[in-house]
Design a protein around this ligand. Sequence first.
Ligand code: GTP
Length: 403
Amino acid sequence: MRFLILTPVLLLAMLLAVWPEHALFTALPFPLTAWLALAFVASLALLMRQTDWLYWLAFLAGHYYAVQQGLQRPISEPAVALLYSYLPVLSALWLGFLVLLPRPPLLTKAGIALFVCSALLPVCLLYLPLPNWQDGLPDYHWLLQPVLSASPLSWLQATVLLLVVAMWLALLSYRNWPKPMLGQLAVLLCLTLFYLWLAQPELSGWATLIASSCLLLTLALQMLQLAYIDELTQLPQRRALIGHLNRLGKKSAVTMLDVDHFKKFNDTYGHDVGDQVLRLLGAILAKQRGMTAYRYGGEEFTLVFHHANPKKLKEQLEQVRQQVADYPLVVRQAGRPKDSDTGKKQRSSGQKSGGSKTVQITISLGCAIRQPGEKPEPLLKRADEALYKAKKKGRNCVVLTSS
Ligand SMILES: Nc1nc2c(ncn2[C@@H]2O[C@H](COP(=O)(O)OP(=O)(O)OP(=O)(O)O)[C@@H](O)[C@H]2O)c(=O)[nH]1
């Protein structure tokens, strides 16, 4: 789902590669469309309190202005060629800087300074004495030569862009492909496409429009996540479950699942360790095939099945129960040194710290097979009653009911 964010850039890249003379490229009234897109996404980001995106939007706006003012003439003109040499490098470096450094909240002095810098940095290039700098760099002149004769992209630009994209991809995979970073990568990719196909009509407008659309998609996915995904377990939560139950087919079943003696567990090991257990249980449930797992609330989870075969249901649920019961949970015990110095001293003197201990948890499961025409509420209620029976039976078991 998260890779949806990159779809607009990929579509633009494909169109540029396969059909660069497509009428679409000249169909929109630029620059108005690009400015409207930037203003629209900025208003939404403000409305949704996702002000972090305004740094990227400010940079996109500054960049678009610089391109409109400085890159609309033939690249054979020295001033245009110089701007073309420095603007992509500056863009890649600034976007890399924005990703890597902790960004202050917008409405602080540092935040406002960062916002203004993001917007004005590309614009400043229009007024800097670039030809003087060029004269000062004779030894590195080859860096400004094109990599390919067909594209004006220079060695310097290609190296910086490649380094920043490589850093981005490494960071993305290290951090498990978070959505915001995919949106930020989309901005860089859009600008890269623009520099690669510089001669394409209206491409600066399209690149800005597509980059704004990618940020809009990221915002939408973030909002969807806030509304539907439980932060602790990363499973969809009750609101998503209700939506799913309203679309249930004739043959389906719902299971309520609850951690046994969880209050005692919390009291013994602490609420934080209890949270870790719920996170882990969420990960185990998310991996199960043939069912969709939800966090219902507290230590209760719901599993939804799209079949009504009692034998198969029992087998699947027993498997889940067994998997959880067999899972060794490593718990840090109280008495563990709080700082590493004390820990080192304890280890060197052979003293035993609190260390960790392996414990097991169990779950009880109550499953109800859907009756013809049964509404979600009574179905959930029956699953809850089955869960209650499982608890009464002694816990760590499955109770299945079809009526
Ligand atoms: N750590 C943690 N605990 C939670 C969370 N949500 C609910 N709980 C705890 O889960 C416990 C549920 O306790 P009970 O409903 O009495 O059930 P139980 O102790 O699991 O006993 P049985 O269900 O009868 O086996 C309470 O102590 C809640 O505080 C959570 O998000 N994190």
